[in-house]
Ligand binder design. Structure first.
Ligand SMILES: CC(C)(COP(=O)(O)OP(=O)(O)OC[C@H]1O[C@@H](n2cnc3c(N)ncnc32)[C@H](O)[C@@H]1OP(=O)(O)O)[C@@H](O)C(=O)NCCC(=O)NCCS
Length: 187
């Protein structure tokens, strides 16, 4: 894979340590690597191997006139490289709700508050630019770091779906955390 050059980053939202950039199809091999990583796909519930073509298609097919999903690449400003992606995989414009999804694909950056920082940026974008009313974070009940990220951003537990998915040989719960625009704007 060719080296990722800084001039390939087009920041759309600037944070302190990360920028949120449009997805870059020159980095598609990296996205495919992240999606197939055993440490990551377990929580993403990717049961089948993803080829580079599969990953490319999954992003390209989302180019609708009215976007119902929207992703950003997470670009590490100091290290000048992409380290993950984040976005809204399901936007319902008429009720102004969306799900949030975050993935730090480069596991060397786990535990450095990156997902929390990127999450706050994308939540702020959702409420203050897209005029969303409610954002929901949906995750497996055993994905403690994802739950912690949701809590650090300001989400609160809303519902638990019992034994909803099958992971590591057993059924586990899905939890949903919610954040409303009025609460975000107050904070
Ligand atoms: C979940 C994920 C995005 C977190 O990214 P990150 O940049 O490491 O997150 P942050 O550093 O902002 O916060 C992680 C928090 O979880 C905590 N944490 C990590 N492992 C934990 C565990 N086993 N139990 C409890 N807390 C844990 C960390 O201590 C940290 O909290 P703190 O700041 O209070 O100490 C990353 O691990 C990832 O991409 N995982 C695979 C994909 C995934 O699960 N995405 C979410 C799908 S909804």
């Amino acid at each position: 894979m060719s080296e990722v050059k800084e001039d390939k980053a087009f920041p759309f939202i600037e944070g302190e340590n990360v920028s949120l950039c449009p997805l870059n199809m020159d980095h598609i091999n990296l996205y495919a690597k992240w999606m197939n990583d055993p440490k990551i796909r377990k929580f993403e519930r990717n049961k089948f191997p993803q080829t580079v073509e599969d990953v490319k298609k999954s992003f390209e097919s989302k180019n609708q006139d009215v976007k119902v999903e929207l992703y950003f690449e997470i670009w590490h400003k100091n290290d000048k490289k992409p380290i993950g992606y984040i976005g809204f995989p399901h936007i319902q414009w008429f009720i102004r709700n969306a799900f949030i999804f975050f993935l730090i694909g480069d596991t060397n950056y786990w535990g450095q508050n990156i997902a929390t920082e990127a999450g706050k940026l994308v939540v702020n974008y959702g409420f203050s630019e897209l005029n969303l009313h409610k954002i929901t974070a949906r995750t497996i009940s055993t994905n403690m770091s994802s739950i912690r990220v949701a809590e650090k951003i300001g989400f609160t537990h809303e519902i638990t779906l019992k034994k909803e998915v099958y992971i590591d040989g057993k059924h586990v719960d899905i939890v949903e955390y919610a954040l409303f625009k009025e609460d975000w704007m107050k904070s």
